[in-house]
Design a protein around this ligand. Structure first.
Ligand code: BDP
Length: 599
């Protein structure tokens, strides 16, 4: 699925802004056909945003079930004779969409886009009623999983989930209506290569509509707009002598301009930004353009006060400025695919990305912050099962399809901290890893390992291209005893390194309440958070085969209520409103190589 864009032959309109909104408290909207008329007791709701924190009430924050969005959409009179497409960049966790009285699409999964050709249901020059019902229920057959709890004392529905971030829901990203020609570029597959100073771009164009009498041409332009290669035909390989590659820290992009002609008439044109670069795991190194790359950075979250997981350009830009300020070179999209705008910006700024599905919390022994509280097997006919795996496979297909053209993305991460010690876990993950490689043979793929599955017990990491481990020595283990933590972390990382694969510490860190200080090793203080990072870095610098360090987390973020959480998870190096804690300066000194007293 190609993203909508403006071009000489295409036009797009965003439908962002205030929509009408109604919580479906009693779950009656579908039976009563709410899409057929104005929503009952509608109130305004911003798109994009989570609905949970807009209204100051637990009813909104903790709502479980359906929530309805509606607005009027005017279809431009100039759009006659074209194809009209409605696209939602994300609806968390699933949605059904109506144009007037006609159901046009449904989608499962909260973090990938979906679209429908609605040409037959709209009239250029007239308005339609657009209705979306979003549902936030989590089950063992959703990604991420969850399950219903008995109703609360107020009679309201409740649910439980195993991941450590608030279950925000709603229309988190843009909604767009766009017009394309009826013969159009429907899909593009691009693979880049490098051979010394020569780059290559293999391309394959799929046309939609009637291809009769058309010719396809491509032109590749460098960042300065100069034509560096051209080709004819729907597929081929472009060769670029003296290529300017995309590389970490320098997001040089080319534009691949695809044009479809019928005779002399331009039928459609589509422009895809392309970064010419290679990625490879060789021995214990991860190579970008043949050069060893060391990940320095963070796992993040899409999370902010008021708007929850709603995408916001200002916050995104600010975060990238902070990433630059601190000297990081990479991020991981924990624990779900982020807005496409984030990857666009990472491409342009040369920030490297580990791109993750929303498969988090497939681990029942680790439940509600307690280990061993839930005795059920994670993988069984009644819990995570074959149906879950199919939903998970679809999430992988949609992630790879959406993000395969981003040069910033160098690793696929298909799950965070699942249960991986059982035979069932191996049987669950082996086909998913195979699927990812079949979809994209050009990038390494992995599963993030958690501490209950050390090297001698994990049954999944040996199937991965690299070792990705989250470790909280000094926090959840050896709390307050950094000397003990240092010994254990080193022993474990050495054991992982002995597997012969590159080792990436994908999470480490501890909570700190900004402004809380202490002299000795006192957990929750800014000093302790910094000391824990310093301890970890000493270990990382001693162990060969380590290719990366991603601190958990970039910023404090919201979670479900829990006695171990103080208004959310405080492992941020920045507060939720992006003020640096002491740890931010600690990291900046390391990552920018600053000497004592330098700022
Ligand atoms: C890790 C999880 C992450 C949590 C973190 C924590 O991957 O989602 O937020 O622990 O407990 O296990 O802070």
């Amino acid at each position: 699925m190609l993203r909508p864009q403006d071009s000489p032959t295409r036009e797009t309109r965003t439908l962002d802004g205030l929509w009408d909104f109604a919580l479906d408290r009693d779950g009656v909207g579908r039976d009563e056909g709410w899409w057929q008329r104005a929503l009952p007791e509608a109130r305004p709701m911003p798109v994009p945003a989570s609905f949970n924190d807009i209204v100051p009430s637990r009813e909104f924050r903790d709502h479980v079930g359906d929530a309805w969005y509606q607005r009027t959409v005017h279809v431009p009179a100039t759009w006659g004779g074209g194809r009209v497409v409605l696209r939602l960049d994300a609806a968390t966790h699933r949605a059904t969409v109506w144009v007037d009285d006609v159901e046009v699409m449904s989608h499962e999964g909260g973090y990938t886009p979906f679209e429908a050709d609605v040409t037959a249901h709209v009239t250029p020059g007239a308005a339609v009623r657009l209705t979306v019902v979003v549902n936030n229920e989590l089950t063992f057959q959703s990604i991420p999983p969850g399950e219903p709890l008995p109703p609360g004392s107020d009679g309201r529905r409740r649910q439980k989930y195993h991941h450590d971030f608030f279950n925000y829901a709603g229309l988190h990203r843009s909604v767009r209506l766009s017009r394309t020609p009826t013969t159009y570029v429907a899909d593009l597959a691009v693979t880049t290569g490098l051979d010394g100073g020569t780059g290559s771009v293999a391309y394959d164009v799929t046309l939609g509509g009637s291809a009769a009498g058309t010719t396809v041409g491509v032109v590749l332009r460098d960042g300065a707009g100069r034509e560096v290669a051209a080709g004819t035909g729907a597929s081929g390989v472009l060769t670029v002598p003296d290529v300017h590659p995309w590389r970490p820290g320098e997001g040089h992009l080319h534009d691949l301009v695809v044009s479809v002609h019928r005779g002399d008439v331009l039928v459609d044109t589509y422009v895809l930004p392309v970064g010419i670069r290679t990625v490879e795991v060789r021995g214990q190194q991860l190579l970008i353009n043949g050069e060893p790359f060391h990940f320095r950075g963070f796992s993040k979250h899409e999370d902010a006060a008021v708007r929850g997981k709603g995408h916001d350009d200002a916050l995104m830009l600010h975060d990238f400025e902070l990433i630059d300020w601190i000297g990081a070179n990479s991020i991981r999209t924990a624990h779900y695919p982020y807005a496409e705008e984030v990857l666009d910006l990472a491409d342009r700024r040369g920030i490297v990305v580990v791109d993750e599905t929303a498969a988090v919390g497939l681990n029942l022994p680790l439940s509600g912050g307690q280990i061993g509280a839930d005795k059920r097997p994670t993988y069984s006919p009644d819990t995570v099962n074959d149906a879950t795996r199919e939903v998970h496979a679809q999430a992988i297909r949609e992630l790879v399809d959406r993000d395969r053209h981003h040069p910033s993305v160098v690793v696929w991460c298909i799950a965070n901290e699942p249960e991986t010690t059982s035979e069932e876990a191996r049987a669950y993950f082996a086909p998913l890893l195979d699927l990812t490689r079949a979809l994209d043979p050009t990038r390494p793929v992995g599963v993030v390992n958690m501490f209950l599955a050390p090297p001698d017990r994990c049954r999944v990491t040996d199937l991965c291209d690299l070792v990705m481990v989250n470790r909280y020595y000094g926090w959840y283990l050896d709390t307050g005893d950094l000397a003990a933590a240092e010994l254990k972390l080193e022993a474990e990382l050495r054991a992982w390194a002995a597997t012969g694969k590159p080792v990436f510490l994908t999470e480490y860190g501890g909570d700190a309440i900004a402004g809380l200080h202490g002299i000795a090793d006192v957990p929750w203080t800014e000093e302790y958070q910094s000391a824990l990072l310093d301890m970890t870095h000493r270990v990382l610098d001693r162990v060969d085969g380590v290719v990366g360090e991603h601190v958990w987390n970039f910023a404090d973020f919201a979670t479900a209520d829990a006695i171990s959480r103080v208004d959310g998870n405080r492992k941020g190096v920045f507060t939720r409103d992006r003020r640096p804690k002491a740890a931010a300066h600690t990291l900046r000194r390391r990552w920018r190589g600053l000497g004592v007293g330098e700022r």
